[in-house]
Design a protein around this ligand. Structure first.
Ligand SMILES: NC(=O)c1ccc[n+]([C@@H]2O[C@H](COP(=O)([O-])OP(=O)(O)OC[C@H]3O[C@@H](n4cnc5c(N)ncnc54)[C@H](OP(=O)(O)O)[C@@H]3O)[C@@H](O)[C@H]2O)c1
Length: 257
């Protein structure tokens, strides 16, 4: 895979993906908004994993920033072999009565940026006849939990379509669908994560490892852990009225993983 570009690489699942890729000797390009944190993570990766690391500070909700990431992805002299669309966040609000600007930012980061970066990477990779795209969706994709679930459902469906379109090109697309993972996600959304008890939690090491193993196999959908694969199977087959009843948005707009 050579060089991997990871969005949201400074925390949680993205940070763990970056470490595991570095341990597998991939060069890295780290994307996130906070420059100081990007610099610190890059330095640790260089020191402890001994790999080349570039940092690309960008707010993926902003078109000009997104275009700089596209430029890097399509650089003919410095090819990127793996794109990881991981950056994302919970909104911490209900849709009805919530702030529309926050909804638009979430759509821009978790849908538009995923589409724009995948378009750039898939084109460049298909021309070279090799490469991979890993898009982070969620088990929430199969629920009815507000706009976050809708964005993740888009990512899942989009990735499946992309994988079909890329068949025979040497390029693969994988959707990673984790359940609840201990990261900075819930605190960033202002959610008290003690609401959920022990066994529902996954750790980011396992989620990243299963996601990267799926990429290496060219697998299209990866749901880490038997627990969440079973939950997914139930969500896929249950009548939608039941899914809405059990896994529908709460009136408080509690953000979901
Ligand atoms: N944690 C869970 O339970 C869970 C479950 C299923 C799926 N997921 C998905 O997994 C992905 C990673 O989440 P996480 O749990 O690892 O969250 P996290 O620990 O909060 O990390 C989020 C990362 O995204 C970056 N980011 C946020 N907004 C950005 C923006 N506008 N532009 C560029 N980068 C941005 C953050 O850095 P800056 O703030 O510096 O930009 C950070 O590096 C997300 O797509 C999330 O939806 C999470």
């Amino acid at each position: 895979m050579g060089t991997a570009l990871v969005t949201g690489a400074t925390s949680g699942i993205g940070l763990e993906l970056a470490w595991q890729l570095a341990q597998a000797h991939h060069r890295l390009i780290l994307v996130a908004r906070t420059e100081e944190r990007l610099g610190a993570v890059a330095e640790e990766l260089r020191q402890f994993a001994g790999v080349q690391v570039e940092v690309l500070p960008a707010d993926l909700a902003l078109r000009a920033d997104l275009d700089r990431v596209v430029e890097r992805l399509t650089s003919p002299r410095r090819p990127v072999g793996l794109l990881v669309n991981n950056a994302g966040f919970g909104l911490g609000q209900s849709f009805v009565g919530g702030e529309l600007a926050a909804e638009e930012r979430a759509l821009d980061v978790m849908v538009r940026a995923v589409m724009v970066l995948s378009h750039a990477a898939a084109g460049a990779m298909a021309e070279r006849g090799r490469g991979a795209i890993l898009n982070v969706s969620s088990v929430a994709a199969r629920t009815a939990m507000g706009t976050y679930a809708a964005h993740k459902a888009w990512v899942l469906s989009f990735t499946e379509g992309l994988a079909s379109e890329l068949e025979g090109t040497g390029v693969t697309a994988t959707a990673l669908c984790p359940g609840l993972v201990h990261t900075g996600f819930h605190a960033a959304a202002g959610v008290d994560d003690s609401t959920w008890s022990g066994p529902v939690w996954l750790d980011s090491e396992r989620v990243a490892a299963e996601g990267l193993a799926a990429v290496r196999r060219g697998q299209v959908i990866c749901t880490p852990s038997l627990r969440y694969r079973s939950a997914n199977a139930v969500l896929r087959t249950a009548p939608r009225w039941l899914v809405r009843k059990v896994a529908g948005t709460s009136r408080t707009g509690r953000p979901l993983e």
